[in-house]
Design a protein around this ligand. Structure first.
Ligand SMILES: Nc1ncnc2c1ncn2[C@@H]1O[C@H](COP(=O)(O)OP(=O)(O)OP(=O)(O)O)[C@@H](O)[C@H]1O
Length: 214
């Protein structure tokens, strides 16, 4: 995924980010860091096709990303900061519905759901409603849904913020495994240890992006 001279903002407000140029590559985990409000979610939303750039280009494999539907069709998976889970469905239903919505068969969905929930340590909570899970368990359910989609690009927005040290480590390992199978992984985080586990670090400050670790 390549961003060239991208300007991002909301409605007619001041730009949030200006002139962002970055390539996220298959097989690597790219950290996007910055203080609260620096624009991490804004950048990931642009990479997800949710926020069209005011200027500049976002491309995947050389062709324009398009809107969110097109991005989903090209395998761009977003694990959003607020989880985006349906509270009145179970953890397993949340994952399965997403797999089926992106073309998986019911059998496929069952297998991938079981595997993904087990990977994040939620096998025992598969049939519990999301609203009955703790904040950290909900965050892991959202990660399981993202993993089950087997994305070409995996955008993870602050996915370790509610996790204890052991679960955070596990999730960072799972993101690494996504990169190892060939995915392009981008992790937005304000956790320096999580950022240190990534291959490169793009730091956002004062509306611009610069390399903390190229
Ligand atoms: N929907 C929106 N409409 C208008 N402004 C927005 C919107 N979403 C975010 N912003 C603004 O864009 C700027 C960057 O916000 P963003 O959520 O991208 O930051 P962040 O780095 O992800 O922060 P955090 O670490 O707190 O999640 C902030 O000034 C915020 O107020």
């Amino acid at each position: 995924m390549e961003l060239k001279s991208v300007d991002l903002g909301y409605a007619s407000g001041e730009p949030v980010l200006r002139g962002v140029t970055v390539t996220a590559r298959p097989g690597e985990v790219l950290a996007v860091t910055g203080t609260s409000g620096a624009g991490k979610t804004t950048l990931l939303n642009a990479m997800a096709g949710l926020l069209p750039p005011r200027s500049g280009t976002v491309t995947v494999d050389g062709s324009p990303l398009g809107g969110r539907d097109a991005a989903v069709g090209r395998g761009v998976v977003l694990i959003p900061q607020e989880n985006g889970l349906a509270a009145i469905l179970t953890a397993a239903e949340n994952v399965s519905v997403a797999v089926i919505a992106t073309g998986g068969s019911p059998a496929d969905a069952r297998r991938r759901t079981a595997d993904a929930l087990a990977a994040v340590g939620l096998a025992g909570q598969a049939n519990q409603l999301i609203e009955e899970l703790s904040g950290g368990q909900q965050q892991r359910a959202a990660i399981a849904r993202g993993l089950a989609l087997q994305g070409v690009v995996v955008l993870a927005d602050e996915v370790t913020s509610e996790l204890d040290a052991a679960n955070r480590q596990k999730v960072l390992e799972l993101l690494r495994a996504e990169a190892d199978r060939g995915a392009t992984v981008v992790l937005a985080t304000h956790d320096p240890e999580a950022a240190a586990s990534c291959d490169r670090e793009l730091h956002l400050a004062d509306g611009v992006a610069g390399w903390a670790r190229p």
